[in-house]
Design a protein around this ligand. Structure first.
Ligand SMILES: Cc1cc2nc3c(=O)[nH]c(=O)nc-3n(C[C@H](O)[C@H](O)[C@H](O)COP(=O)(O)OP(=O)(O)OC[C@H]3O[C@@H](n4cnc5c(N)ncnc54)[C@H](O)[C@@H]3O)c2cc1C
Length: 462
């Protein structure tokens, strides 16, 4: 086992000047938001900005941004870790398209937050690439594009190497959705030396430090909404008691918060009991909604400053990043971005990919040791695939891991709990969750403002 350096770059480069406040007496609020990651903080932000609800209280068991929002891969994207064609077969074309459009709207919501709050957060937006190896993968993505074109969704164009021997096996109907290029150019764009990559998919991506976003947004909310907003950290919720018209949240330090509504933004973890006294039992059901997967990350610094990037590399057997989240092998991905390190400009390169399913996600801690198998996999990946600049030995400055909550169908839950509408969810990171959390936050504010929203793929169901 390696010695785990307990630090993610996002927390390392984030400055928290606040003194965290813990709940020390019983209190009340109109809305209690549980969990101060990107989902909970942006939910509080949109509730404060877009409704006149008098009091929002945010409860966090640890510190703001110290969950997955401080321990992720750090790229911005709005894709599902399920293919579009899969979503269409589960929900139908119209609902699947609406879901994708709703997620895509999060780019604008992020811009809205940054413009409105004047938070100084560098966000780099660019075209990201996904490396593809096989005809089957290629046809899958082409079919996604064909379906998206039918409903006016933005397409993710494909580039295919002009020397592949399966070119004439691509059905004619997909011709509008790809272009040909030299194999060399494709490998160049993928920054790969692995000649098995024969095609690539292009899509809008970005990079930003989500811990800085969370921390800056919390500070802004505290300043801006002095009488309407409070955050209590190191205040873990142990039990949520749901009545007909209200809820009581009991904390591990022995206090309680009464609220008219509760929004769970806990990424998905069952660190509390839910007692529904106004309808069907739902504690048991909730706990089966989300499963935890630990994702391992590693980061190193390059001295030269190069363009920001996000590149994913699909193994040959995958038809999409994650057709079956619990069975399938992981895909590797990397991001690059400029950072200031010891007062000098560097490029931070972060690698992600190795994963482990946790049967009991309550056992997860960020301090858990970093396993050697993850480092071995990164080294193999660099050896086989990434065009690393020549150097004697790769030294990782950052090694970290985080917990992802996966819903059974890989789709986020946003909205009221059908068995008791006092309770709402904005959770289920499903691998790609930064922009989706922000989208969910805006939608929760619309629910709370009393808007009647049309059915969506994100509606919690029983
Ligand atoms: C390794 C890894 C890589 C990832 N890479 C990317 C990526 O590149 N791009 C992307 O978009 N997404 C990525 N994600 C997903 C993304 O990080 C998450 O979707 C997002 O951060 C989730 O935000 P959240 O607010 O829902 O959860 P969190 O940030 O985990 O916040 C939940 C908070 O709830 C608190 N909490 C839980 N239970 C209680 C309780 N009982 N009482 C009080 N508080 C409680 C926790 O302490 C925590 O702070 C990655 C995730 C991981 C783990």
């Amino acid at each position: 086992m390696s010695n785990f350096k307990h630090e993610s770059p996002w927390l390392h480069y984030s400055e928290n000047k606040r003194q965290p406040k813990t709940l020390t007496e019983n209190t009340s609020a109109n809305i209690a938001v549980v969990g101060a990651g990107i989902a909970g903080i942006s939910t509080a932000y949109f509730l404060l900005k877009h409704t006149s609800i008098p009091k929002i209280v945010l409860l966090e068991g640890s510190l703001a941004a110290h969950g997955a929002s401080g321990h992720n891969g750090g790229f911005l994207a709005t894709y599902f870790e399920r293919s579009f064609r899969d979503l269409v077969s589960e929900f139908g074309l119209e609902l699947a398209a609406d879901g994708q459009k709703e997620f895509d709207s999060a780019w604008e919501l992020l811009d809205e937050i940054l413009l409105d709050t004047q938070i100084n957060l560098p966000v780099h937006k660019f075209t990201g690439y996904t490396g593809i190896q096989t005809l089957e993968q290629t046809i899958g993505f082409l079919e996604d594009n064909r379906l998206k074109a039918q409903v006016g969704l933005g397409l993710e164009p494909l580039l295919i190497a002009n020397n592949v021997d399966w070119l004439n096996q691509i059905p004619k109907q997909y011709e509008p959705f790809y272009a040909l290029s030299s194999h060399e150019d494709i490998l160049d764009l993928l920054q790969s030396k692995n000649a098995k990559y024969l095609a690539l998919l292009q899509g809008q991506k970005g990079v930003a430090n989500s811990a800085v976003l969370c921390e800056s947004l919390v500070s802004c909310l505290i300043d801006r909404y002095k009488s309407r907003f409070e955050i209590f950290e190191h205040t873990k919720v142990d039990e949520i008691i749901l009545e007909q018209d209200s809820a009581i949240l009991r904390t591990a330090n022995g206090f309680s918060l009464s609220a008219e509504k509760v929004v769970l933004c806990t990424n998905g973890f069952e660190n509390f009991k839910i007692d529904n006294r106004a309808g069907e039992e739902l504690d048991h059901k909730f706990h089966y909604l989300v499963r935890g997967i630990v994702g391992y990350m590693a980061g190193y610094l390059e001295q030269s400053v190069v363009a920001p990037a996000e590149i994913s590399y699909l193994p040959a057997g995958k038809s999409h990043p994650r057709p079956d989240v619990f069975e399938d092998e992981a895909y590797f991905y990397l991001t690059r971005r400029p950072v200031e390190h010891h007062n000098e400009e560097h490029t931070l390169v972060c690698l992600g990919g190795p994963e482990e399913l946790l049967e009991d996600s309550t056992s997860y801690k960020h301090e858990l040791q970093y396993p050697d198998f993850a480092l071995d996999q990164f080294n193999d990946f660099i050896e086989s695939t990434y065009q690393l600049k020549k150097r004697d030995k790769l030294e990782y400055q950052f090694l970290w891991h985080g917990l992802m909550g996966f819903t059974p169908n890989g789709v986020r839950l946003i909205g009221p709990e059908p068995y008791n509408q006092i309770l709402h969810y904005n959770l289920g990171c499903n691998g790609v969750g930064l922009l989706p959390s922000i989208y969910g936050a805006r939608k929760i504010a619309r629910f709370m403002a009393g808007e009647k929203l049309k059915p969506s793929i994100f509606d919690p169901k029983r």
